[in-house]
Design a protein around this ligand. Sequence first.
Ligand SMILES: [Cu+2]
Length: 249
Amino acid sequence: MNRTKWNALVVLAASVAALSVGAAAARIAGSGAAAARRAAQSSAAITGKVSFTGTPPKRAPLDMSADSVCAGEHSEPVLAPDGAVNSNGTLPDVFVYVEKVSGKFRVPPAATLDQTGCMYEPHVLGVMVGQELDIASSDPTTHNVHFMSKINKAWNETQEPGAPPLIHKFTRPEIMIMVHCNHHPWMSAYLGVTSNPFFAVTGDQGTFTIKGLPPGDYTLHAWTKAFGTQEQKITVRAGETTTANFTFK
Ligand SMILES: [Cu+2]
């Protein structure tokens, strides 16, 4: 075989190899997409909006004068978060969750509760039983994180500036656990602990989406600190997204 023919053969062999690698990659990607499609077709989703009617309550500015570090982190007064209404007439910080879903579900990756500007961020959050909660501090002052649980074990722990996150898990469902700072009485957060991963918290658009739910009949709950709680019966079907709205006043 002369050199030109040999080179052509090498190029041909390399092309065949590249094609088969490409085909294998496409098959893997295809099977991933197919698995995602099958999962979406066999599970259900809920989406909705939480609205508010009436006059939004007046919210008092928080007095942070007890700690000059905290006060110094804000150039504008900070309003108490509970009772906030979004500019589009919806509610933020609503904990929406599905009660009693049978089956075993994968525990979601760690959730984070931060302390920044001597406020908890987010103000309302959820974790599943067994899910890790990392409590971080971005503040150059000392906090004392107090989980005022009634069903889970209550605890409180000091966190110095720059300290690593406090890591906790919860063993039983509990709606809701108040979180409080023993050094800064204005600091509050609310944690929902559920037995399944089917929960969401509304944001500045007041909407929520819960995906991957097994088809069935459920009770959907909406918890707010300022406006009470509501629930509604809901039926969800495989491959469908059901709309469920709430209105508080
Ligand atoms: Cu604090």
